[in-house]
Design a protein around this ligand. Structure first.
Ligand SMILES: C[S@@+](CC[C@H](N)C(=O)[O-])C[C@H]1O[C@@H](n2cnc3c(N)ncnc32)[C@H](O)[C@@H]1O
Length: 273
């Protein structure tokens, strides 16, 4: 059943899909540096991780489409990871990460629909995790560029980042075979936006989270999401058939908007962290 919070969101009549689907240009935490003509504009942003006084460099290629731009929920995930890194006992991520952590090996993390890769790269740096960032095949070269640009920082903090294609849905079964399923934490930001992608994304999540298998391993999916459409609640309703979903964080709305980015945790139904 939908939570009261979600029900209230359902009651909102004024989600403006046009203004909220476009990306805000309020990169307070970033340096915008156009380095090319408008058609092939490249934006290089430096995102500061204050807990370890490091930066992540991200290249966006806005003219190439939405997969090449940074979406708001990725920045929220970076902020949560940064906060966790300096306040590990009290952060919103601490119950999840404490349950998943092992003393004998680094955390294995998979990011779905990584786009520019900010969240996955930030996870490798702040958690010293082994991260695999993934997206559609045509997105991989820019993702690899961003991973290479941050390789030294990632290594300095004991992490690693691999890049791999992973298509959601049954089309991606072969991709999952190559990548494997040995992940503790699955991350994603702003991946719920087109309703035709709800089922493929849920399919891939079920596969990766070990549903329908005798899976003993604890796994958590953490998803940052800025709600733009009333129909986004369909994704959550369907997800709740298989997963216990909990809101673990909410940003305040940005100027002129009524909704801020929310972060949710998903665990297999009935599984205790
Ligand atoms: C709105 S963007 C978000 C990108 C990034 N996570 C961020 O927050 O900046 C959605 C991402 O999902 C990816 N995506 C869309 N459909 C997909 C599919 N069928 N399989 C895998 N990735 C997909 C897109 O290529 C894009 O990078």
């Amino acid at each position: 059943m939908a939570s009261t919070e979600e029900q209230q969101e359902d009651d909102l009549q004024e989600i403006d899909p046009i203004s909220t689907l476009l990306l805000p240009q309020d990169h307070d935490n970033a340096l915008n540096m156009p380095v090319d003509g408008a058609a092939n504009q490249q934006l290089h942003h430096h995102h500061h991780i204050s807990s370890i006084d490091s930066t992540v460099l991200i290249r966006q290629l806005p003219s190439q489409g939405l997969s090449f731009q940074l979406w708001p929920a990725a920045t929220t995930l970076l902020t949560l990871l940064d906060h966790h890194s300096s306040h590990s006992a009290t952060s919103q991520l601490s119950p999840i990460l404490a349950a998943l952590s092992s003393n004998t090996r680094p955390l294995n993390v998979l990011e779905l629909g990584s786009g520019t890769g900010l969240a996955g790269i930030a996870a490798a740096i702040t958690l010293g995790a082994n991260v695999t960032v993934t997206d559609l095949p045509n997105v991989i070269p820019n993702l690899q560029f961003n991973v290479d640009a941050n390789a030294n920082t990632v290594a300095l903090h004991g992490g690693s980042v691999k890049v791999a294609p992973l298509r959601w849905g049954e089309d991606g079964d072969g991709d999952v075979e190559i990548i494997g399923k040995d992940f503790d934490l699955i991350l994603a930001s702003d991946v719920v936006y087109h309703d035709h992608l709800f089922e493929p994304l849920l399919y891939t999540l079920r596969v990766l989270m070990g549903l329908g298998e005798e899976e003993e391993k604890k796994k958590v999916f953490v998803m940052g999401h800025l709600r733009r459409w009333k129909k986004d609640s369909v994704f959550f309703r369907r997800a709740r058939k298989w997963f216990d979903v909990e809101a673990i964080h909410k940003d305040s709305p940005c100027d002129g908007s009524r909704i801020g980015v929310a972060v949710y945790s998903f665990v297999r139904k009935g599984q205790k962290l």
